[in-house]
Structures are given as C-alpha cells and as structure tokens.
Write a protein that binds this ligand. Structure first.
Ligand code: HAM
Length: 421
C-alpha cells in the first residue's frame, strides 16, 4: 500500500526562503522601533488555561467558535487552548509576576484561530504587537498609535489609514447599549438573520456586520462617541489632539467595534487600501482598562495593539515595497578536484564572516558554474588541478565577467575587499 502523503493543515502554510527572511526582517524592524520606544520583549506560552482567553469575551466569535482547545493528559486533565491573541496572556503574566508599572512589552509570534481560511485569513498567523500596563494617560494612547504608524511608514507602506473610535467606559456603556439595542430592536425586521442572532448575543457587534442589507440600520444607529461621559470624552479629545500635534492622520470611525470584548475608550484599526476589503485590517488595538482586574489582578489600565504580519506583507506586495532581503552568498566555491577544497575554502570564508556556498557530489565544472550563477553569488572561487599545483585559486567576478588568480592564503582578504565594493 502506498504511504499516505500529507499537506500542511488547512489554514496553515510553510513559509519558505526568501519569504521567511522577509518576515524575520519585518520583525527586526518592529523590534528596533519598539526597543527605541522603551519596550522589552516578552515570550509567553503558545497555550494557556482556556479561562485566560474566555476573558476576551464569552460572546465573541474568537471564544465561541475559533478556539483550538484541548485537554492535557493530567489527572484531572487541564482544559487548555492555543492562544488566539496575546493581550489576555500578557495580562495573565502581569498578574502572575506583578512587574513594576508602567510595564511595556513587545512581542512577535504565532496565534491560532479556527477560522474559515481565505486570502489573508489563516488558522495560524503571526502578529507583532505591544502592550503597556499601568498607565491611563491619553498621551500614551497617542504614542502607541504613533509606534504602529512609524512601523508601517518604515516598511514603506503609503496607503494605510488609521481608523479611530472611543468605546467609552463602564459608566457610559450601559446607557449607550440601551439606546443601541432599542434602535436595533425597532429595526430588527430590516436586519439580516445573522445580524438578528448577533443582536441577541451582543448588540455592539451588529455594528461590525459587513452585510449590505444591514448597512441602512447601522448607519442610522446611535454612536458611542455621542454618549461618552465627560471623562471619556476628555480622554478621547486628548488622544485626537495628541495625534494632531504629531501630524498623524486619522479618521474618526464611530462604528468601529473590534472582535474582542475587553476594549474601553480608545480603539483603533489600520486599514490597508491596497488590499481588498475582507482582508484590509492589517492591525488593531486599543485600551482594555478592565482586563487585568477580570483576570484576578489589581485595577490596572492597559493599552496595546497587534499588527498582522501576514496581511501587512500582503499589503507590502500590493504596494511593491519591503521586498525580501537578498540572500545570495558572497562566494560560490567550485571544486573540480575532489570537493574537499570547497569544504575548507567555504569554512575559511564562513569563519571570516563571509557567506559561502558550494555544490556537492563531485559534479562537473559546467554544472557547478551553473549552480554558482543560480545562487546569485557575486564571486565564484574555482579550485582545479592547475590551481592546486600553483597554490593559487581562480576568482571570477560573476557580475562583471572578470577573472583573476589569487594565492590561496590571500583568498579571504581578497574576497573581503572584492565584496565590500
Ligand atoms: P485583532 O484585531 O483580533 O486584535 O488582530 C490583530 C490583527 O491580526 C488583525 O488586524 C489582522 O491583521 C491579524 N489577524 C487576525 N486574525 C487573523 C487571521 N485569521 N489571519 C491573518 N491575520 C489575522 C488582537 O488580536 C488584539 N490582541 C490586539 C490588541 C493588542 N488589542 C490590544 N492590545
């Protein structure tokens, strides 16, 4: 019987070079910007007790439909879940370690959501993000948004819009929800069946419906920014004036609701206009001033964002920016004697910090030169019987087509000079 063949699970994929190098470069850009803004990196587990994630909202799709959860082999077994996002894990870590505030962390890593895969939507995807715990100053909200903005700018993305909203606080939310629910109930007959189901579970999320038949009711719905308490309104005003001061453009998007329930006050999303609507949300975040307390910690305000690496790179593709870094070696070593000279030459070059590659299996000169060309190397170093006899090697500049011979002992220095030009 033939062995079965396997493919990567639905919604996941292998990321091969050079795309993998491009992703690493993107994370390095983010790490540098976050480091400059005073953030330290956090690595937290890929899975947590499921209770941690239930706090992101019992009525959200993420919790009700998309969790990869499982029981471990303990006695009794523990109910765990792969992390669908990192904000809840980081609040859990804060409660566990009680670091000094403000606690400013950045992260990069995979998240897992059991979604219907489509372009830009995966079951395993990568986010980079930051969280700050312990500060309720609206100027921090401005800095957080500015950091995300600088990241997109640094990648070279020119068509990413910032959408901004305030979701108020626990004091103003109930009256707003009452007004919103009344409006939606009055017009329930005009809503799609799906929106009617959402209305029963979480009226706020009806505002997130993209269905054409829901838009008229949504457009006429009351908005949170008209129902803010004086304190939340002042917070929001300080955020917008801070953004103005930095010259960061934004659009107030009063119907912006996010897919997670923990948000209070400032919420924002980044929309890439180079991508189709269904996948244009390249990042989002906001305040979650009640989440640490929900996880059993002291009352601690929090704010952060997560940017989708996969979608951000799709936006880069669409705008033709941030290409994969060059991965070609400096030198390709062609050994037509017995392969052992390629071994020592490559190792000498690598030890000296140069990138060297070679072919294997005693292939012909022609085949090795072809491999050298394919590798994109700037130089080919050729070792043959003639070269061996004279203690010299041939160095061919594959870009210019020039060729010279160099004493074997001077090779590293020669390559260093030639590739520095
Ligand atoms: P989120 O909006 O659920 O927020 O995810 C942030 C970003 O992750 C999205 O804008 C999108 O680019 C990307 N993303 C989400 N789901 C997928 C998917 N299935 N496939 C590809 N990319 C995806 C959060 O996760 C919050 N934790 C953000 C936050 C941090 N809020 C406060 N702090």
């Amino acid at each position: 019987m033939a062995s079965p063949t396997f493919r990567a699970p639905k919604g996941t994929r292998d990321i091969l070079s050079p795309e993998s190098e491009r992703r690493r470069a993107l994370v390095e850009v983010f790490a540098a910007l976050a480091g400059r803004a005073g953030f330290g990196e956090i690595e937290s587990p890929l899975f947590e007790n499921i209770g941690v994630f239930l706090r992101v909202g019992e009525t959200t799709d993420i919790v009700t439909k998309e969790m990869f959860d499982f029981h471990d082999k303990g006695d009794p077994p523990e109910h765990l879940a792969l992390r669908p996002e990192l904000t809840a894990s980081i609040c859990r870590a804060f409660v566990e370690h009680r670091p000094v505030v403000p606690w400013k962390v950045w992260y990069a890593g995979p998240q897992f959501r059991y979604e219907q895969p489509q372009a830009g939507r995966y079951r395993q995807f990568t986010q980079v993000g930051v969280e700050v715990l312990g500060v309720d100053d609206p100027l921090l909200d401005v800095e957080i948004i500015a950091l995300a903005r600088r990241f997109y700018d640094t990648l070279g993305l020119g068509r990413v819009r910032l959408l901004l909203n305030s979701l108020g606080d626990p004091t103003c939310r109930p009256a707003y929800l009452e007004a919103l629910t009344a409006h939606l109930l009055d017009h329930a007959a005009e809503l799609s069946p799906q929106a009617r189901v959402t209305l029963e579970r979480n009226p706020l999320r009806v505002l997130d419906s993209k269905r054409a038949e829901d838009q008229a009711v949504i457009d006429a719905a009351p908005v949170m920014v008209d129902h803010l308490t004086d304190e939340s309104a002042a917070h929001f005003a300080a955020v917008t004036s801070g953004l103005d001061r930095l010259g960061i453009d934004y659009e107030i998007s009063p119907r912006l609701v996010r897919g997670l329930d923990y948000y209070t006050r400032t919420t924002f999303e980044f929309a890439a206009d180079a991508l189709p609507g269904a996948q244009n949300a390249v990042g989002g975040g906001g305040r979650y001033d009640g989440l640490v307390a929900d996880l059993g910690g002291p009352d601690t305000p929090g704010i952060g964002f997560a940017l989708g690496v996969d979608r951000t790179l799709l936006a880069c593709d669409a705008e033709g920016v941030f290409p994969a870094p060059a991965t070609a070696p400096d030198v390709f070593v062609v050994d037509v004697v017995d392969g052992t000279h390629a071994l020592t030459v490559c190792e000498d070059l690598r030890a000296a910090g140069l990138a060297a590659d070679r072919a294997y299996g005693g292939r012909s000169m022609k085949a090795q030169m072809k491999a050298a060309g394919r590798s994109g190397a700037r130089l080919a170093v050729i070792v043959g019987d003639d070269e061996l006899a004279t203690g010299r090697v041939t160095v061919r500049d594959l870009e210019r087509g020039e060729q010279t011979t160099v004493p074997r002992d001077d090779l590293v220095e020669h390559v260093r000079r030639a590739t520095a030009q």
